[in-house]
Design a protein around this ligand. Structure first.
Ligand code: C2E
Ligand code: CA
Ligand code: CA
Ligand code: CA
Length: 280
């Protein structure tokens, strides 16, 4: 999510005092929700552009709020980042995601890998690798089954430190994806230096892929080619139509994610989806 998203929550209210009060309330609500176990993970598949086989899934957090309905992560992740609540929240996300994967594996319906979003603040925390290692051990999930999605904004930190964290995760057997690729300060130099596996083309480029002006089509085609030439797996997110899927496949994109395949689903519904997909 972009910086400044946290303001969207407060804009319902007119005055400054009310705004900061709303943020305070929300921070407190977040704290309570975490303690009460009120968050949920939903799951969205990633499929092979060529065969349609399920290649992975992404865990996406949801907050069913008693008064406000389902609150979007774009409205509370930035606040969780700012308040530091992202640290315990992130640990919960990781653990719940790993547990789900272990259960799907036991049923023989698991995708090869599950992606978990890790925010910049979490990524900068020196205890991240240890937390992940411990969670994998405790849940019994093989590291190869875990993929970590980070945005380009992690690179705004100490680059050497970022690289050593990435290297530590890679050494464990975990894969790394760069999320929202093309929207941040993506330096080609970083692509060369970071030990990443996957580029995820941002959905803003996919959305207008079929525009007659063709700029986004050119960007998508170029990013797919760049990823292929550098030996990365390329995933397109936000794929909503068969036309988009076909275009991306023809350009060499490996995996597709988006409403065209499935919306993010609650765990039980996603389990049923996986079971259906793995029927012969
Ligand atoms: P993201 O990681 O880029 O996730 C992709 C977003 O696109 C998700 O929104 C997903 O529901 C949505 N999406 C998927 N397919 C389509 C499609 O075909 N069309 C459209 N229009 N949208 C699609 P969501 O779940 O609201 O999450 C928003 C952002 O919140 C995420 O963007 C990510 O930055 C953050 N987020 C979500 N879950 C987590 C989490 O567990 N941890 C952290 N740190 N951040 C999270
Ligand atoms: Ca993501
Ligand atoms: Ca993304
Ligand atoms: Ca995004």
């Amino acid at each position: 999510a972009k910086r400044g998203d946290e303001r969207r929550y407060a804009t319902y209210l007119p005055s400054m005092e009310e705004q900061s009060l709303a943020v305070l309330n929300m921070e407190n609500d977040l704290r309570l929700a975490l303690a009460a176990g009120a968050f949920e993970l939903h799951f969205q598949p990633k499929v092979s552009a060529e065969t349609g086989d399920v290649m992975g899934a992404e865990a996406l957090i949801r907050w069913p709020h008693p008064e406000r309905g389902m609150i979007s992560p774009m409205d509370f992740i930035p606040l969780a980042e700012e308040s530091g609540l992202i640290m315990p929240l992130g640990r919960w996300i990781l653990r719940d995601a790993c547990r789900r994967m272990v259960a799907w594996r036991a049923q023989g319906i698991a995708p090869p890998s599950l992606s978990v979003n890790v925010s910049p603040r979490q990524f900068a925390d020196p205890s991240l690798t240890e937390t992940i290692e411990r969670t994998l051990e405790e849940t019994g999930l093989p590291p190869e089954c875990l993929d970590i999605e980070i945005t380009e904004s992690v690179t705004s930190g100490d680059v050497e430190r970022v690289i050593s964290t990435m290297a530590a995760l890679k050494a464990m057997g975990i894969t790394l994806s760069v999320d929202d690729f093309g929207t941040g300060y993506s330096s080609l130099n970083y692509l060369k230096r970071f030990p990443i596996d996957t580029l995820k083309i941002d959905q803003s480029f996919v959305r207008d892929l079929m525009d007659t002006k063709g700029k986004d089509a050119a960007i998508c085609a170029t990013v797919v080619a760049l990823g292929n030439n550098l030996g990365f797996t390329v995933v397109a997110e936000g794929v909503e139509t068969a036309d988009q899927a076909r275009f991306l496949y023809e350009k060499g994109c490996h995996m597709l994610q988006g409403y065209w395949i499935s919306r993010p689903l609650p765990a039980a519904a996603f389990t049923a989806w996986l079971a259906e997909m793995s029927e012969p």
